[in-house]
Write a protein that binds this ligand. Sequence first.
Ligand code: TPP
Length: 227
Amino acid sequence: MSVEVERKFVCDSQVLEKLKDIGAVCLGQNEFKDQYFDSADFTLTLKDFWLRKREGSWELKRPAASHLNAEKRAQDVCTKYREITEVLQIRAELIAVMGISTERTSDSLQTEQSKDVHAEFEKWLQDLKLECFAEFTTVRCSYALGYEGDDRKVRVDLDQADFGYCVGEIEVLVSEGDEMTSAMQYIEKTAQKLGLSSQKKTQGKMHVYLQRFRPDHYAELLKAHVM
Ligand code: TPP
């Protein structure tokens, strides 16, 4: 199970040049629309679970085991989330986190044998009556950066959201567990190379979106120390 270790940063006008200088390879640009879902009383996001549909595919971002402690999380400049894309696994996570009785669920979504797991999953989701609380489009430019003696790549994404917010992300994928420290060292090394001195956490797209468009939801998340 892989974990996305990530550090966000403020994108300034020099970042493109710096990426070129340090030998980052441009992987191209893509555009995607995200829709985020939660119950009316924010059951998922108050637990830091982020269910989204990105260009037709379902994804669930949930804190990695090492990222559950709110106090530790607050001190850490990096975030650590598991990104789950397999619908049966997303369903299992939702059942657990929302406390859904499995009696109710067993009759709707079947097993891997189901003809169209994706359609069945969407039908099952509909019964949960989740609401879309955020919707925005992002234009993303991606870069890859390698370090000598290590096959692993650091990825840098420059995101421009359609509501007028830009943010950069330095990211390393690791398997849950012991590689976490070295992932954070790679991220820190990349941050230094890019001349990012601040150890302060940079706000993500969702943070700014909720602050601007969903202040009540945002206030609840602040109160629960999720944001
Ligand atoms: N990033 C920071 C700096 N603080 C957080 N509390 C979160 C992320 C938690 N979080 C808020 S919205 C969201 C997550 C995981 C889902 C979107 O994730 P994000 O990494 O911001 O966007 P992506 O790069 O996946 O588009």
